[in-house]
Design a protein around this ligand. Structure first.
Ligand code: ATP
Length: 367
């Protein structure tokens, strides 16, 4: 296992910067997810680690050694692709043992090792089958087994679960989580699925337009998103973001939306600085931090009911503040609500997130 470091890495395709001056340090044994929307540069970053792309500038280090221009086969890295990339004419035993074959391992030895890994992944009984004769979930595990059969310094995953159906995906995610904790592998895992990143990662790098916007533990990203972009990307449903006008009165920050006073917070130096730069703030509240409140309650938003979706143990209650500005609460609710009925959703001031006029987090008191 080894560490991975990016030092000011940029990758341009013509005039376009797919990865723009990215620096980070991944410690030995970490499981890091690169998370972000389509086209933000996740796969390009991963391919540079693998040696399948060369940076336009900057350096890449693995285990403290510079590998920026090293051939992929000399990096001792294992990669699992989205499409599994299994050899269709080889049975599972040969597919899984392939990395050992290219390293000159004798047939008996490599098949024994392949069986060992396959058993762990619960596909040991399928070794004689061809990839076309097994399910998608089993193909995914075969591809994983092939990556794990030879001890690599780093494991790279490019959306390996995205071709699985929802149930298999959850199962495979749990399995990967177990495997990582068990093996202590250093892994970099690309996904645009925030739930997958939250479940698997020791740290998440949230990417937007070729840059890393936040690089922190899942809990830190959930509790203290650095920007409105991160706040909106992580969490299901995402954090509610409400455009507000901030004013200072009587040692308090008053939050006004559409002319209505919707909340107040004690002033802090950080809020004062943000207000001086611009009074157009964004108030963030997670759906799980909203509750049904009395009309006119302090710290609340009121609007007609747009939807009430039963999710089993809880419901998603969405109100529509007009022009698509909706607020969703994730709550336990017994009562029937009619569409269009006026609903007030309340929040506790300690669960508020505030962002300045540029979308940057304003640290809460004590942060
Ligand atoms: P996705 O989740 O859709 O795979 P991603 O975050 O992995 O997206 P990348 O595949 O890294 O994104 O691509 C980043 C940007 O670079 C995209 O706009 C893409 O079109 C562009 N890009 C990637 N490879 C090339 C290439 N070989 N030539 C030109 N542009 C490229």
């Amino acid at each position: 296992m080894a560490s991975v470091e990016f030092r000011n890495v940029t990758k341009s395709f013509g005039d376009f910067k797919a990865v723009a001056d990215v620096s980070f340090d991944i410690a030995n044994g970490e499981f890091v997810c690169l998370l972000g929307p389509s086209g933000c540069g996740k796969t390009t970053s991963l391919r540079m680690m693998a040696g399948l792309e060369t940076p336009s500038s900057g350096q890449i280090l693995i285990g403290g050694e510079e590998v920026t221009h090293l051939h992929p086969k000399d990096r001792n890295i294992a990669m699992v692709f989205q499409d599994y990339a299994l050899y269709p004419h080889m049975n599972l035993a040969d597919n899984i043992a392939y990395p050992l074959k290219v390293r000159g391992e004798a047939v008996a030895k490599r098949h024994a090792r392949a069986k060992e890994v396959a058993d762990v992944l619960k596909i040991g009984h399928l070794m004689d089958r061809l990839p076309s004769q097994i399910s998608g979930g089993q193909q995914q595990r075969t591809s994983l087994a092939r990556a794990l059969v030879y001890p690599a310094r780093i494991y790279l995953f490019d959306e390996p679960l995205s071709n699985l159906d929802a149930k298999l995906r959850l199962e495979a995610r749990g399995f990967l989580n177990h495997l990582q904790r068990d093996m202590g592998m250093t892994a970099v895992y690309v996904t645009h699925d925030q739930a997958e990143a939250m479940a698997l990662a020791t740290r998440i790098a949230v990417m937007d337009q070729g840059r890393i916007v936040q690089f922190a533990s899942p809990i830190e990203i959930y509790r203290r998103p650095a920007t409105t972009f991160v706040a909106n990307f992580v969490g299901n449903p995402p954090m509610n973001l409400i455009a507000v006008e901030g004013t200072q009165a009587d040692g308090q920050l008053r939050l006004v939306a559409e002319g209505a006073n919707i909340g107040a917070l004690p002033m802090t130096d950080a809020i004062g600085k943000a207000l001086a730069a611009g009074s157009a703030l964004t108030l963030g509240v997670r759906p799980e931090h909203l509750f049904i409140a009395e009309a006119g309650a302090a710290n609340s938003v009121t609007a007609p009911l747009f939807a009430n979706e039963n999710m089993g143990p809880e419901s998603l209650v969405t109100i529509d503040r007009g022009e698509g500005a909706r607020v969703t609460a994730r709550i336990f609710i017994d009562e029937h609500l009619d569409l269009g009925e006026t609903v007030t959703l309340g929040f506790a001031p300690e669960h508020i997130h505030l962002f300045d006029h540029t979308g940057k987090r304003i640290p809460a008191a004590g942060e």
